[in-house]
Ligand binder design. Structure first.
Ligand code: HEC
Length: 198
């Protein structure tokens, strides 16, 4: 008797629980169902955003011309950044070639033309075309050495920040017997940098 009474009580309690749990779990389902698309949508958004972000970042990077950045850059700031180069380069007059060539007077100088340095054939080929290291070429090379001149052997990942490259190039320009004139920030004239390279 006792045990069957207990069973009845147990069943009643279980029934009550199920009675309440049924609708409750439906509510839970609805909440979950309502949340799910939200979660999915968010994830997709994140992926799309990443792609957009990358493209936008690149656009922003290219927007400010080197000529404009050079105007506000400081040689002192550039000297600090040049510490990333000194493992392989000297910047002083008569400095030795290391893994890379001495860079005294490099701004405005012909590509791959330092005495006593054995350049890669990739860099020599660029030099053979009569190219000169003007501000724009230096900027592109320091941003991405391997991408700009494939096959060249400068083992440097590149400086991503345009302001850092501008400061560095301003410093490099000053390390010369006669520093070449700074380019005019672009306004009326189209290509003042080309005129001065001669
Ligand atoms: C790991 C060594 C290494 C580092 C670090 C390095 N370079 Fe170089 N760099 C080289 C080598 C090697 C070459 C010659 C490449 C070739 O012959 O293909 C070179 C070439 C160059 C040239 C061309 C010189 C010419 O005569 O045409 C410039 C300009 C230059 N480097 C600037 C820099 C600057 C600025 C930095 C610092 C931001 C830097 N490099 C960091 C190794 C390095």
């Amino acid at each position: 008797m006792h045990s069957s009474l207990m069973n009845m009580v147990f069943m009643a309690v279980l029934g009550a629980v199920l009675f309440i749990w049924g609708p409750l779990s439906k509510v839970a389902d609805q909440v979950y169902a309502a949340k799910q698309p939200e979660t999915k949508g968010y994830k997709i958004e994140g992926v799309v955003e990443e792609g957009h972000g990358g493209a936008e970042e690149q656009q922003v990077v290219e927007v400010i011309p080197i000529e404009t950045l050079l105007a506000s850059a400081t040689e002192a700031g550039g000297e600090r950044i040049a510490k990333r180069c000194v493992a392989c380069h000297t910047f002083d007059n008569g400095g030795s070639n290391r893994t890379g060539p001495n860079l005294w007077g490099i701004v405005g100088s012909p590509v791959a033309a330092r005495d006593g340095f054995s350049y890669s054939s990739a860099l020599k080929a660029v030099g053979a075309e009569g190219r000169v290291w003007d501000f724009k070429k230096l900027d592109a090379y320091i941003l991405d050495p391997k991408g700009y001149i494939p096959g060249n052997t400068m083992n440097f990942a590149g400086l991503r920040k345009p302001e850092q490259r501008a400061a560095l190039i301003k410093y490099m320009r000053a390390q010369a017997d006669t520093p070449v004139p700074l380019p005019e920030p672009p306004a009326a004239e189209e290509a003042p940098a080309e005129e001065s390279a001669g």
